[in-house]
Design a protein around this ligand. Structure first.
Ligand code: AMP
Length: 291
């Protein structure tokens, strides 16, 4: 595995690979890699000849008072995991490489970023779209793989590359969960076993909501209410939002008629967790690990 830290080196390598006709996949991450990340890597390897994984804890997507400083950084353990999987290139730049002094250019997607996470994390998506655009410029991949765990992020990035005519295919891979149902997340490292057990209320709530829709409930408010009950009955929780939206546009729904994204952001003992499922009336959801 090649370890690259400079953008211009990655650009040179990527151009060389392209000349050889190799298909390149990029998997952007913030590190502290878990099985969710690794599933994206495996997907990328199936779809491309060369897989580049980036690890960069992007300061511009963290708001004031959020966990940027505390965010887990485990580069040598991450490197070992990626090497074991046979990843070709690890791109792990530092802040000075990504945002040199006087940095002033940002990418902003309007509309879809003002809902859900956008309401509670102002500026978050501006940071995400800026760094993803920079990573795409650095790696020039044919495809980039993102997780359904961050459903809104995947939609925002799809919109960005479409509207800015970036020649890359965005692939979205299913959410990987613990056996308990808890969605894997680097932030789960902030939780002990007992807290992780309580955190399963989020997925339990979402599943119940999905079940209601499958069984014919069309009123989003009733679905939200049932999920909220489950989460609020769990000690130490505080809800940022529980929401039912159109799965493609994230539009608010008066009535659930087609594919709906049911999503939640919940604080558990001071740790913010997000999760979601996609469901449709009368359509049975796929198994547990494949939302
Ligand atoms: P992060 O390191 O949290 O920025 O995540 C990097 C990528 O991994 C994003 O595309 C996430 O959506 C994806 N990801 C994070 N957790 C999971 C998970 N449990 N299952 C699948 N993908 C995930």
């Amino acid at each position: 595995m090649r370890n690259i830290t400079r953008i211009r080196n990655l650009q040179r390598i990527s151009a060389g690979l392209k000349r050889q006709g190799r298909k390149i996949a990029l998997v952007p991450t913030m590190g502290a890699l878990h099985r969710g990340h690794l599933s994206l890597v495996t997907k990328a390897q199936k779809l491309a000849d060369t897989t580049i994984v980036s690890i960069y804890v992007n300061p511009k997507q963290f708001g004031e008072g959020e966990d940027h400083e505390r965010y887990p950084r485990q580069l040598s353990a991450d490197r070992a995991k990626l090497k074991k999987l046979g990843v070709n290139i690890l791109f792990a730049p530092d802040d000075a490489e990504m945002y040199p002094g006087g940095y002033s250019t940002f990418v902003e997607v309007e509309g879809v970023t003002s809902k859900l996470e956008g309401v509670h994390r102002p500026g978050h998506f501006r940071g995400v779209t800026t760094i993803v655009m920079k990573l795409l410029q650095a790696a020039s991949p044919d495809l980039a793989v993102f997780g359904q765990k961050d459903a809104q992020q995947a939609l925002v990035i799809k919109k960005m590359v479409s509207e800015l005519n970036v020649p890359v295919k965005i692939v979205v891979a299913p959410t990987v969960r613990e056996d308990s149902g808890l969605a894997m997340s680097s932030r789960n490292q902030y939780l002990n076993e007992e807290q992780k057990e309580r955190a399963t209320c989020i997925y339990r709530g979402l599943r119940l909501g999905g079940q209601m829709v499958i069984e014919g409930e069309t009123d989003p408010a009733r679905v939200v209410e049932s999920i909220t009950d489950i989460i609020e009955n769990t000690p130490g929780t505080r809800i940022d939002y529980v929401s039912v939206n159109d799965a493609n546009s994230l539009d608010d729904l008066d009535n659930i008629g087609g594919r709906a994204l049911i999503s939640a952001a919940v604080w558990l003992d001071g740790v913010r967790l997000i999760d979601n499922i996609v469901c449709a009336p009368g359509r049975r959801r796929k198994k547990h690990r494949h939302d």
